[in-house]
Design a binder for this molecule. Sequence first.
Ligand SMILES: [Zn+2]
Length: 70
Amino acid sequence: MPLSNNYFEDTKYCPCCREYVLYLKSPKASYCADCGAEVSLFSAADKHAFELSLKKEKLRRIQNHDKRVS
Ligand SMILES: [Zn+2]
């Protein structure tokens, strides 16, 4: 198998290392391969930005819809 192109995609955020790290999967959670801390899909800041962009997209759709109706 060739080296994966997904190397950088297969990472999660470690609050302990404060960066995206390779992680070990377990049935309940994922853990940092470096320090063993529990990792999450997004950092808190990235999660916030992600949710904000979802909200904006939703708002934009609603506004566009209203324009078409009226
Ligand atoms: Zn770590």
